[in-house]
Design a protein around this ligand. Structure first.
Ligand code: G6Q
Length: 540
């Protein structure tokens, strides 16, 4: 049955009509126990969701809707390797990549855990050889620069995690992430590197992606030219992370230097597979295993904790509440950590590529809202930029505030000031400042309307001890499972991404227009004019 036709959904809609104007100021003053009942501490996370436009009744109704969607069974289907990505007929088993228990995980009757462990051991060996200086470039010098070439799921996760955990990184090594096909990306990167001290990690599940293969070929030419055409240089300057052995060999990479993963690992869920190799090389094997253990621990929490105490599940339900009942189009993710500068960009892919769907699992068009627009920026920078619109604009934008009690650097009173801002923002968003309060401050009457803050802007507060590899793992897995929860409720396949295909196909056609007689007459008039303008204005 379509979710919006279910009784649980109708109950939520009726409840929404009752409480849609309730103000957080009143909800807090009416219920002294509110923060206790609408917050929990687990997995090293203080999750405070009391500053949401909900009551205990809202949560009850949302939890019922979750039960009615078959979520419990779907969670088990994912963890046990059922082919839940049905449009590609694949299991979805990123959780097996960080399964640190002794439990086997079966795909088509075969335990995948021995393969997972073998790749981790191979990654350990490689990362230790590079970190110790044992791995040498063509001139005999140790490696100093590591350039990951990949895009989408083969870039955003490791780029985000390498930056997030840079405090733990080996400072002798420099890490770069090249993704864009714009030649500025590879050009500006290699300008900073000496070829004989540079190792390229070519990260591509398919090993056919246009951007990655184009950048990889340019990197190969650069190395070969520097090595005086010595083709053996490819072996000491390139390794591959892929599922495609044949294409890796054809590129010239020895398959002994290929780190394998499998079709049951989706690109945007692949950070804990071989795709994490640059991260392991940066922070070392032990720290990487701590990252995996954080993921594993949150996986267990999601799989085994009752719905009403399940952090990712509750986050998913709150997102549904704003998306489908309040009509919110966007969701802000605001980490108060410079190390998490790229976290929201990473989440944009994880969330929007997973749940930006308008056909349900049975191929039927969907008549309700699915995935939100995810956006944000590290605090406090965002406060001096777009927070104005969240506070006083006309849109309702639910937000997650992510913060840490302890800083890794402990310089002066930076941390106190950072966190004072963190708490102040959620307070201001929830409670605002009334006209009366503004007037009482002696404000000139003409200015009062400009200085009023309506408040009633919902936030989740996610507070952890400090940014350790383990806590980062928990945080990422928490969002992965939030996305899963919402995908189940909206009845979409969160694990395919057909929406990326059409653009790729058309770009191939247009590329051939550049070398042929001119723009294909089958193009629409606008595209034809643009393509011809481009051709005519190229420098000869
Ligand atoms: C992620 C998507 C996509 C993919 C890239 C790179 O879930 O599938 O972002 O990761 O297109 O693909 P390759 O790793 O195959 O180069």
């Amino acid at each position: 049955m379509i979710i919006t036709e279910r009784e649980e959904w109708r109950n939520l809609a009726a409840h929404y009509e009752k409480i849609k104007h309730a103000h957080l100021r009143d909800l807090f003053s009416e219920d002294k126990n509110r923060t206790e009942s609408l917050s929990l501490f687990d997995e090293g996370i203080l999750f405070d969701y009391s500053k949401n436009r909900i009551t205990g009744e809202t949560m009850k109704l949302l939890l019922r809707a979750a039960e009615a969607s078959g979520l419990a069974e779907k969670i088990e289907d994912m963890f046990s390797g059922k082919p839940i990505n049905q449009t590609e007929n694949r299991a979805v088993l990123h959780t097996a990549l960080r399964n640190l228990s002794n439990e086997p995980v079966f795909v088509d009757g075969r335990d995948v855990m021995p393969d997972v462990r073998a790749v981790l051991a191979k990654m350990k060996d490689f990362s230790e050889r590079v970190r110790s200086g044992q791995w040498r470039g063509f001139s005999g010098k140790p490696i100093k620069n590591i350039v990951n070439i990949g895009i989408g799921g083969s870039d955003l996760g490791p780029a985000m995690a390498a930056e997030a955990l840079s405090f733990y990184a080996d400072r002798k090594l420099n890490f770069f992430f090249v993704s864009n096909i714009d030649d500025a990306h590879i050009a500006e990167t290699i300008r900073m590197c000496a070829p004989d001290e540079t190792l390229f990690i070519i990260a591509s599940k398919t090993f056919t992606t246009q951007e990655t293969m184009t950048n990889a070929e340019s990197a190969k030419s650069w190395i070969l030219e520097a090595a005086g055409g010595n083709r053996c240089a490819t072996a000491s300057h390139f390794v591959a992370l892929s599922t495609n052995t044949e294409a890796v060999s054809a590129f010239g990479i020895d398959t002994a230097n290929m780190f394998e993963f499998w079709d049951w690992v989706g690109g945007r869920y692949s950070l804990t597979s071989a795709i994490g190799l640059p991260v392991m090389t940066a922070i070392g094997y032990d720290n990487f295993m701590a990252l995996l253990s954080g993921f594993h621990s949150m996986d267990n929490h999601f799989r085994r904790t009752s719905f009403d105490k399940n952090i990712p599940l509750l986050m998913g339900l709150l997102g549904v509440w704003y998306n489908n009942f309040f009509g919110c189009e966007t969701h802000a993710v605001l980490p108060y950590s410079q190390y998490l500068r790229r976290f929201t960009a990473y989440l944009q892919q994880a969330d929007m590529e997973s749940n930006g769907k308008s056909a349900d699992r049975n191929g039927q068009p969907i008549a309700y809202q699915t995935g939100s627009v995810v956006w944000g920026e590290a605090g406090t920078n965002g406060q001096h930029s777009f927070y104005q619109l969240i506070h006083q604009g006309t849109k309702l934008i639910p937000a997650d505030f992510i913060g840490f009690v302890n800083s890794l650097n402990a310089i002066g009173d930076h941390q106190h000031k950072l966190m004072a801002n963190f708490f102040a923002q959620t307070q201001a968003l929830a409670f605002g400042r009334t006209g009366q309060e503004v007037t009482a401050l002696g404000t000139a009457p003409a200015l009062v309307p400009h200085k009023v803050f309506a408040g009633n802007h919902p936030t989740n507060t996610i507070l952890m001890d400090k940014l350790t590899p383990e806590n980062l793992g928990r945080l990422i897995a928490m969002y992965e499972h939030k996305i899963f929860t919402q995908g189940v409720i909206w009845n979409v396949n969160s694990f395919d991404q057909w929406g990326v295909e059409l653009g790729k196909e058309l770009a191939k056609k247009i590329l051939s227009d550049f070398t042929g007689a001119g723009a294909d007459s089958a193009h629409d008039a606008s595209t034809k004019k643009l393509v011809n303008f481009y051709r005519d204005n190229r420098q000869k």
